[in-house]
Design a protein around this ligand. Structure first.
Ligand code: SF4
Length: 373
């Protein structure tokens, strides 16, 4: 299998920057504009970037050429909105911006957001101070933090170098770890940092045909794994996410190829966790996805509506997918790596893994222990 079609750095898709007036004099804005070296327009605060034609979501292809630098006027730091119906991992989310220059057919942001451009928040000092306040308010608590709820953690890092600020900040925290999750291979800003083991660099992986057809402008499997190897050499802990697992012709061999290549490429004992989650989506995403990507077949299978109103494969199909992938992972994984489900029921845990999370203290406890061991 080959993995042609490379976008190691999806920020190359950005062609124009828009800056809110009140952000123009911030040092961070100036740094970003200098690094990006792209034309930019200053706009009034709270106004919309101009020059993007058409209606959302049809204008996403064009909109993703545009990046808005503005202030986050809400909160940066909040709990991940898992649902009460399924087991979740109790993650905290850092909201660093919205939308992403890559374009995955299944991306939930297409249905969550309603603006086509990319947004990055430049008031990063508030971001760090909000985290400090949250840590001080709960000194006994251990925080697992991610930046990837509304965007990819590293896709714009060539411009923003936010990873450097975050890794340095996290290095001195003793009650938290940060996970930077990406489908890019933009890791140069992580080099040479004294990370103190408090930042985990993570990649989403999939079967090659899915990466090639359904994950547009992402790094290839080889590029993602080379980047992961490099981060491992720099001493970072790693994580991987098989999410969304997609039922497609040849899926058994597809996932086997990826898992073998993963373990040939990176040291197993540096992987702290691996998650699995089968495709699930809001019904409105099917309308958007099939209109924007008429060649994709991923929405044309049998699905049921889950307790969280999302469509999922029928349970026996999910179990078959998970059992195959889990047995492959178990063959190669270090005993220290926690393999877990993102948003699945106890019944699925029991059927696939032979235990329910509570037997090991619950998913949050399992993940906290592995990063602290
Ligand atoms: S990389 Fe993530 S955020 Fe970006 S389009 Fe794909 S799923 Fe969406």
């Amino acid at each position: 299998m080959s993995d042609a079609g490379s976008w190691k750095d999806p920020s190359l898709y950005v062609k124009h920057i828009h800056v809110e007036e009140s952000c123009l004099e911030l040092d961070y804005t100036k740094e970003i504009l200098a690094r990006a070296d792209l034309p930019y327009t200053v706009i009034e605060d709270r106004s919309e970037p101009q020059g993007i034609e058409g209606e959302y979501p049809a204008n996403l292809n064009q909109g993703k050429h545009h990046l808005l630098l503005c202030k986050n006027r809400g909160h940066f730091f909040k709990p991940c909105p898992g649902t009460k119906e399924y087991r979740c991992c109790d993650y905290q989310v850092l909201n660093i911006g919205m939308n992403c220059p890559m374009d995955c057919v299944y991306c939930i942001l297409q249905a969550y957001l309603n603006k086509p451009w990319l947004t990055f928040f430049v008031n990063s000092e508030n971001l760090l101070s909000e985290m400090e306040t949250a840590f001080q308010a709960e000194p006994e608590r251990f925080f697992r933090i991610g930046t990837g709820e509304f965007t990819d953690s590293m896709a714009l890092d060539r411009f923003t170098a936010l990873s450097t600020k975050l890794v340095r900040f996290m290095a001195s925290q003793n009650q938290a770890v940060l996970e930077l999750k990406t489908k890019s291979a933009v890791i140069h800003n992580l080099k040479g940092l004294d990370h103190n083991g408090k930042t985990i660099v993570a990649w989403s992986l999939n079967s090659l045909p899915i990466m090639q057809k359904e994950e547009i402008r992402t790094a290839t499997l080889t590029e993602r794994l080379q980047a992961a190897k490099q981060c491992a050499d720099w001493g970072y802990k790693l994580a991987f996410h098989f999410d969304p697992i997609i039922d497609h012709p040849g899926w058994e061999q597809g996932y086997e190829h990826t898992i073998k290549k993963l373990y040939q490429s990176v040291p197993a004992d540096q992987i702290v966790w691996i998650s699995m989650g089968a495709l699930r989506y809001l019904p409105s995403l099917k309308t958007i996805g099939t209109e924007r990507f008429p060649g994709s077949k991923i929405f044309y299978q049998e699905f049921i509506e889950g307790l969280d109103n999302k469509k999922r494969y029928f349970r026996p199909r999910r179990v078959a997918l998970y059992k195959h992938i889990y047995s492959l992972l178990k063959q190669y994984a270090s005993p220290k790596t926690v393999i877990y489900f993102c948003m699945e029921s106890d019944e699925i845990w029991k059927e696939v893994m032979g235990y329910v999370p509570e037997e090991k203290g619950g998913i949050p406890e399992m993940l906290d222990q592995t990063v602290n061991s």
